[in-house]
Design a protein around this ligand. Sequence first.
Ligand code: IDP
Ligand code: MG
Length: 137
Amino acid sequence: MDMSQRTLALLKPDAVQRGLVGEILARYEAKGLAIVAMELRTIDAAQADAHYHEHVERDFYPPLRDFVTSGPLVSLVLEGDQAIEVVRGINGATDGRKAAPGTIRGDLSLSNRENLVHGSDSAESAEREIALWFPHL
Ligand code: IDP
Ligand code: MG
């Protein structure tokens, strides 16, 4: 059985603005994940709403939308054995203040919102998000 899996990752606008794109990509690459697609773009509110459709009614969503549309971000598809869970592990817990040292958020973020990265949380999310961000794949 082929265990290779694809997941959608975002290096959010704080990662680009802080100059951490290389540092973060290096961690994914060093782990052995392959970059299948990658793009730098500034998204509009409609793309933010589509990506975060499960969160659009939450109290934290309006400032999250402002943040993710505030400047360029990097979207990418990563591939490897159990890539969905592996990327979530490398990213760390949502709140950068509580994320474990050794993770991207634990080492580099002090914020619950500006936490540098996104990773799909399930096979269903990965399929939906890859189709949303990279419809040609
Ligand atoms: P995840 O990115 O670890 O999967 P989610 O719960 O799916 O976390 O939330 C999506 C994004 O919304 C987070 O990465 C973070 O940027 C933001 N967020 C989540 N919870 C809060 C909060 O309580 N306050 C502010 N922003 C939040
Ligand atoms: Mg999530």
